[in-house]
Design a protein around this ligand. Sequence first.
Ligand code: HEC
Length: 244
Amino acid sequence: MHDLSVLNFVGSDFVVINERLARFYGIPNVRGDQFRRVPVPDGVHRGGIVTQASMLTITSNGTRTSPVNRGTWVLKNVLGIDPGLPVANAGDIAPKVPGIDRATVRQRLEIHRTLPQCARCHNKIDPLGFALENFNADGEWRDQEGFGYKGRIERNDPKINAASKLPDGTAIDGVDELQVVLRQREDLFLNCLASKLLTYALGRELGIADQPAVKAAVAHTKQNRYTLRSLVTFIVLSNSFQTK
Ligand code: HEC
């Protein structure tokens, strides 16, 4: 029993992988199908939920990444912030950008991000996703966006730009800096995780009346080395759960 901190969801110096996933992540010397704990080698950008191929894949649309979907996922599921419903008929991202031969997904998105009525939401959403652009649609690491056959990377394909600015002005570049920022916003994350676990435990949506229980669960977890065990125990012993 390692009795670990929930902050490992945000960032972690180990991953739990088997040989197949190790090859995908570029981590050597992992043999066999069984999942085991492996330290993340230097220079490999894995560890934490935003680096997991599963999340990176479900937020892509098959052939290209969607920084919008990834940003929305991080907002909702890590920070617990609802970005609001997408506007009706926004359509797909622009297929081409005038004057740019091989326009990256990011450049294609920039077009609508300049409109104030869109920027209102997309300034909150897209930067989080841009930071993850080094992961391709399958979640594999890349330094360039591929324009070759079936998206293969060719020599002169554009380099990934994973730098952006959050609405509060914080500049972030790439997944490592995104994880630093998420870590700095740990209260939002803890609140989000506690709310989700409590929702699961109670089998219903939470209301205003549940907020004190969520707050207490967060405080208890912080006082107990942030362990997942302390959070689960607190919820199971809570009045809300015991009297549901
Ligand atoms: C109220 C917040 C909000 C506003 C305003 C908004 N969007 Fe969005 N948009 C979203 C969210 C959230 C998504 C994520 C997709 C989803 O949840 O289905 C999204 C998704 C998109 C996508 C799909 C991206 C992809 O990779 O497929 C496009 C394109 C888009 N929006 C364009 C626009 C445009 C253009 C405007 C302005 C006319 C706009 N949006 C205004 C919230 C918003």
